[in-house]
Write a protein that binds this ligand. Structure first.
Ligand SMILES: Nc1ncnc2c1ncn2[C@@H]1O[C@H](COP(=O)(O)OP(=O)(O)OP(=O)(O)O)[C@@H](O)[C@H]1O
Length: 227
Protein backbone atom coordinates (compact mmCIF):
# COMPACT_ATOMS: atom_id res chain seq x y z
CA UNK A 1 0.00 0.00 0.00
CA UNK A 2 1.33 3.48 -0.90
CA UNK A 3 2.30 5.57 2.16
CA UNK A 4 -0.13 8.33 3.14
CA UNK A 5 0.98 11.78 1.89
CA UNK A 6 2.07 14.24 4.57
CA UNK A 7 -1.11 16.25 4.04
CA UNK A 8 -4.15 14.28 2.99
CA UNK A 9 -7.59 15.86 2.77
CA UNK A 10 -10.38 13.74 1.34
CA UNK A 11 -13.87 14.98 0.48
CA UNK A 12 -13.95 17.73 3.08
CA UNK A 13 -17.36 19.33 3.39
CA UNK A 14 -18.63 22.25 5.44
CA UNK A 15 -22.20 23.31 6.07
CA UNK A 16 -23.53 25.95 8.41
CA UNK A 17 -26.99 25.82 9.97
CA UNK A 18 -29.14 28.75 8.85
CA UNK A 19 -32.81 29.65 9.42
CA UNK A 20 -33.80 28.05 6.10
CA UNK A 21 -31.91 24.81 6.81
CA UNK A 22 -28.29 24.34 5.85
CA UNK A 23 -25.85 26.52 3.96
CA UNK A 24 -23.31 24.41 2.08
CA UNK A 25 -19.94 26.11 1.67
CA UNK A 26 -17.70 23.13 0.86
CA UNK A 27 -19.01 20.00 -0.86
CA UNK A 28 -15.93 18.07 -1.83
CA UNK A 29 -12.46 19.40 -1.20
CA UNK A 30 -9.69 16.85 -1.61
CA UNK A 31 -5.98 17.43 -1.87
CA UNK A 32 -2.76 15.65 -1.06
CA UNK A 33 0.57 17.41 -0.66
CA UNK A 34 4.05 16.33 0.31
CA UNK A 35 6.68 18.28 2.23
CA UNK A 36 8.35 20.88 0.02
CA UNK A 37 5.23 21.40 -2.14
CA UNK A 38 3.34 24.66 -2.44
CA UNK A 39 -0.21 25.24 -3.60
CA UNK A 40 -2.47 28.19 -4.29
CA UNK A 41 -6.20 28.07 -3.67
CA UNK A 42 -8.09 30.59 -5.76
CA UNK A 43 -11.76 31.23 -6.38
CA UNK A 44 -14.32 34.00 -6.28
CA UNK A 45 -15.09 35.92 -3.11
CA UNK A 46 -17.29 33.83 -0.85
CA UNK A 47 -16.36 30.54 -2.51
CA UNK A 48 -15.05 29.16 0.78
CA UNK A 49 -11.29 29.61 0.49
CA UNK A 50 -10.79 30.93 4.02
CA UNK A 51 -13.19 28.30 5.36
CA UNK A 52 -11.10 25.56 3.76
CA UNK A 53 -7.90 27.10 5.10
CA UNK A 54 -9.42 27.20 8.61
CA UNK A 55 -10.26 23.49 8.35
CA UNK A 56 -6.76 22.61 7.08
CA UNK A 57 -5.44 24.70 9.97
CA UNK A 58 -7.64 22.69 12.37
CA UNK A 59 -9.27 25.93 13.57
CA UNK A 60 -12.64 24.74 12.30
CA UNK A 61 -14.06 21.23 12.14
CA UNK A 62 -15.32 19.89 8.80
CA UNK A 63 -18.92 18.65 8.60
CA UNK A 64 -17.67 15.56 6.75
CA UNK A 65 -14.50 14.19 5.21
CA UNK A 66 -11.10 13.03 6.32
CA UNK A 67 -8.01 15.09 7.14
CA UNK A 68 -4.60 13.77 8.05
CA UNK A 69 -1.38 15.63 8.65
CA UNK A 70 1.96 14.01 9.45
CA UNK A 71 0.26 10.68 10.00
CA UNK A 72 -2.25 12.03 12.52
CA UNK A 73 -5.97 12.68 12.30
CA UNK A 74 -6.12 15.95 14.22
CA UNK A 75 -9.92 16.13 14.42
CA UNK A 76 -9.90 12.92 16.45
CA UNK A 77 -7.72 14.49 19.13
CA UNK A 78 -9.02 15.95 22.39
CA UNK A 79 -9.20 19.75 22.56
CA UNK A 80 -5.88 20.24 24.44
CA UNK A 81 -4.18 17.65 22.21
CA UNK A 82 -5.49 19.44 19.12
CA UNK A 83 -4.22 22.81 20.37
CA UNK A 84 -0.77 21.30 21.00
CA UNK A 85 -0.79 19.57 17.59
CA UNK A 86 -1.74 22.82 15.84
CA UNK A 87 0.89 24.83 17.64
CA UNK A 88 3.58 22.25 16.82
CA UNK A 89 2.70 21.42 13.21
CA UNK A 90 0.96 24.42 11.65
CA UNK A 91 2.09 28.00 11.07
CA UNK A 92 -0.34 30.75 10.04
CA UNK A 93 0.24 33.94 8.07
CA UNK A 94 -2.70 36.31 7.70
CA UNK A 95 -3.35 39.30 5.46
CA UNK A 96 -3.21 41.72 8.38
CA UNK A 97 -0.29 40.01 10.19
CA UNK A 98 -2.13 39.67 13.59
CA UNK A 99 0.92 40.84 15.54
CA UNK A 100 0.37 41.83 19.18
CA UNK A 101 0.69 45.65 19.21
CA UNK A 102 1.96 45.90 22.79
CA UNK A 103 4.77 43.38 22.26
CA UNK A 104 8.15 43.79 20.58
CA UNK A 105 8.92 42.08 17.30
CA UNK A 106 11.01 39.47 19.16
CA UNK A 107 8.23 38.83 21.68
CA UNK A 108 5.74 38.47 18.83
CA UNK A 109 7.90 35.85 17.14
CA UNK A 110 8.24 34.01 20.46
CA UNK A 111 4.49 34.23 21.14
CA UNK A 112 3.78 30.64 19.99
CA UNK A 113 6.24 29.37 22.63
CA UNK A 114 4.94 31.72 25.33
CA UNK A 115 1.40 30.48 24.69
CA UNK A 116 2.62 26.94 25.49
CA UNK A 117 4.64 27.92 28.54
CA UNK A 118 8.01 29.62 28.61
CA UNK A 119 10.43 30.35 25.79
CA UNK A 120 13.87 28.90 26.53
CA UNK A 121 17.24 30.32 25.46
CA UNK A 122 17.25 28.04 22.38
CA UNK A 123 13.86 29.50 21.32
CA UNK A 124 15.16 33.05 21.73
CA UNK A 125 18.23 32.20 19.63
CA UNK A 126 16.06 30.65 16.92
CA UNK A 127 13.71 33.66 16.93
CA UNK A 128 16.68 36.02 16.60
CA UNK A 129 18.11 33.93 13.76
CA UNK A 130 14.76 33.90 11.96
CA UNK A 131 14.40 37.66 12.38
CA UNK A 132 17.87 38.10 10.93
CA UNK A 133 16.88 35.78 8.07
CA UNK A 134 13.80 37.89 7.25
CA UNK A 135 15.83 41.10 7.39
CA UNK A 136 14.67 42.42 10.77
CA UNK A 137 17.84 41.96 12.83
CA UNK A 138 17.85 45.69 13.66
CA UNK A 139 14.19 45.66 14.68
CA UNK A 140 14.02 43.05 17.47
CA UNK A 141 12.83 45.47 20.14
CA UNK A 142 10.58 47.63 18.01
CA UNK A 143 6.80 47.48 18.26
CA UNK A 144 4.73 46.48 15.19
CA UNK A 145 3.49 50.08 14.83
CA UNK A 146 7.09 51.18 14.22
CA UNK A 147 7.40 48.86 11.20
CA UNK A 148 6.26 49.18 7.59
CA UNK A 149 3.58 46.83 6.23
CA UNK A 150 6.17 44.65 4.53
CA UNK A 151 8.30 44.50 7.69
CA UNK A 152 5.28 43.47 9.75
CA UNK A 153 4.59 40.68 7.31
CA UNK A 154 8.25 39.60 7.57
CA UNK A 155 7.83 39.41 11.35
CA UNK A 156 4.62 37.39 10.89
CA UNK A 157 6.48 34.96 8.61
CA UNK A 158 9.23 34.54 11.24
CA UNK A 159 6.57 33.88 13.89
CA UNK A 160 4.85 31.27 11.69
CA UNK A 161 8.16 29.46 11.18
CA UNK A 162 9.41 29.49 14.77
CA UNK A 163 8.40 25.91 15.51
CA UNK A 164 9.43 24.59 12.08
CA UNK A 165 5.87 23.65 11.12
CA UNK A 166 5.07 20.92 8.63
CA UNK A 167 2.30 23.06 7.19
CA UNK A 168 2.39 26.77 6.50
CA UNK A 169 -0.99 28.35 5.77
CA UNK A 170 -1.19 31.84 4.30
CA UNK A 171 -4.44 33.77 3.81
CA UNK A 172 -3.85 36.60 1.28
CA UNK A 173 -0.32 37.14 2.63
CA UNK A 174 0.39 39.96 0.19
CA UNK A 175 -3.12 41.47 0.15
CA UNK A 176 -2.18 44.72 1.88
CA UNK A 177 1.16 45.29 0.18
CA UNK A 178 2.29 47.23 -2.89
CA UNK A 179 3.57 45.22 -5.85
CA UNK A 180 7.29 45.49 -5.12
CA UNK A 181 6.87 44.66 -1.43
CA UNK A 182 4.49 41.81 -2.32
CA UNK A 183 7.07 40.36 -4.70
CA UNK A 184 9.75 40.48 -1.98
CA UNK A 185 7.41 38.80 0.54
CA UNK A 186 6.51 36.02 -1.93
CA UNK A 187 10.21 35.40 -2.61
CA UNK A 188 10.98 35.25 1.10
CA UNK A 189 8.04 32.97 1.85
CA UNK A 190 8.99 30.50 -0.88
CA UNK A 191 12.69 30.54 0.05
CA UNK A 192 11.93 29.78 3.69
CA UNK A 193 9.32 27.16 2.81
CA UNK A 194 11.94 25.38 0.67
CA UNK A 195 14.66 25.73 3.31
CA UNK A 196 12.39 24.23 5.94
CA UNK A 197 10.87 21.65 3.60
CA UNK A 198 7.37 22.69 4.69
CA UNK A 199 4.10 22.48 2.79
CA UNK A 200 2.84 25.94 1.87
CA UNK A 201 -0.81 26.59 1.01
CA UNK A 202 -1.81 30.14 0.10
CA UNK A 203 -5.36 31.37 -0.37
CA UNK A 204 -5.35 34.34 -2.68
CA UNK A 205 -7.02 36.54 -5.29
CA UNK A 206 -3.58 37.45 -6.61
CA UNK A 207 -2.69 35.65 -9.82
CA UNK A 208 0.90 36.86 -9.32
CA UNK A 209 1.10 34.92 -6.07
CA UNK A 210 -0.84 31.92 -7.42
CA UNK A 211 1.52 31.67 -10.40
CA UNK A 212 4.50 31.30 -8.05
CA UNK A 213 3.05 28.29 -6.24
CA UNK A 214 3.86 24.79 -7.47
CA UNK A 215 0.20 23.80 -7.80
CA UNK A 216 -3.02 25.70 -8.28
CA UNK A 217 -6.51 24.71 -7.17
CA UNK A 218 -9.80 26.47 -7.81
CA UNK A 219 -12.74 26.36 -5.42
CA UNK A 220 -15.77 26.09 -7.64
CA UNK A 221 -19.24 25.51 -6.23
CA UNK A 222 -17.76 23.96 -3.08
CA UNK A 223 -15.47 21.60 -4.99
CA UNK A 224 -11.71 21.89 -5.19
CA UNK A 225 -10.41 21.29 -8.68
CA UNK A 226 -6.88 21.43 -10.04
CA UNK A 227 -6.47 24.19 -12.56
N1 LIG B 1 -20.01 30.91 10.74
C1 LIG B 1 -20.61 31.05 9.55
N2 LIG B 1 -21.96 30.91 9.44
C2 LIG B 1 -22.56 31.03 8.23
N3 LIG B 1 -21.92 31.30 7.08
C3 LIG B 1 -20.58 31.45 7.13
C4 LIG B 1 -19.86 31.34 8.36
N4 LIG B 1 -18.53 31.53 8.09
C5 LIG B 1 -18.45 31.77 6.74
N5 LIG B 1 -19.67 31.72 6.18
C6 LIG B 1 -19.98 31.91 4.77
O1 LIG B 1 -19.19 31.02 4.01
C7 LIG B 1 -18.94 31.57 2.72
C8 LIG B 1 -17.46 31.41 2.39
O2 LIG B 1 -16.72 32.31 3.18
P1 LIG B 1 -15.13 32.38 3.06
O3 LIG B 1 -14.67 33.49 3.93
O4 LIG B 1 -14.56 31.03 3.31
O5 LIG B 1 -14.96 32.74 1.51
P2 LIG B 1 -13.68 33.25 0.73
O6 LIG B 1 -13.64 32.49 -0.55
O7 LIG B 1 -12.48 33.14 1.60
O8 LIG B 1 -14.05 34.76 0.45
P3 LIG B 1 -13.10 36.05 0.24
O9 LIG B 1 -12.30 35.78 -1.00
O10 LIG B 1 -14.07 37.16 0.07
O11 LIG B 1 -12.25 36.19 1.47
C9 LIG B 1 -19.42 33.01 2.76
O12 LIG B 1 -20.65 33.08 2.08
C10 LIG B 1 -19.61 33.27 4.24
O13 LIG B 1 -20.64 34.18 4.47
Amino acid sequence: MAPMPTLHAASLAKTYPVAEGELTILRDASLSLERGESAAIVGPSGSGKSTLLSILGTLEFPSAGDFQLSGRSPFQLSEPELAAFRSRHIGFIFQDHHLLPQCSVLENVLAPMLADGAAGPADVTRAEQLLQRVGLAQRLHHRPAQLSGGERQRAAIARALLRQPTLLLADEPTGNLDRTTAEAIINLLLELQQEQNAILIAVTHSETLAARMGRRFILDDGCLVAG
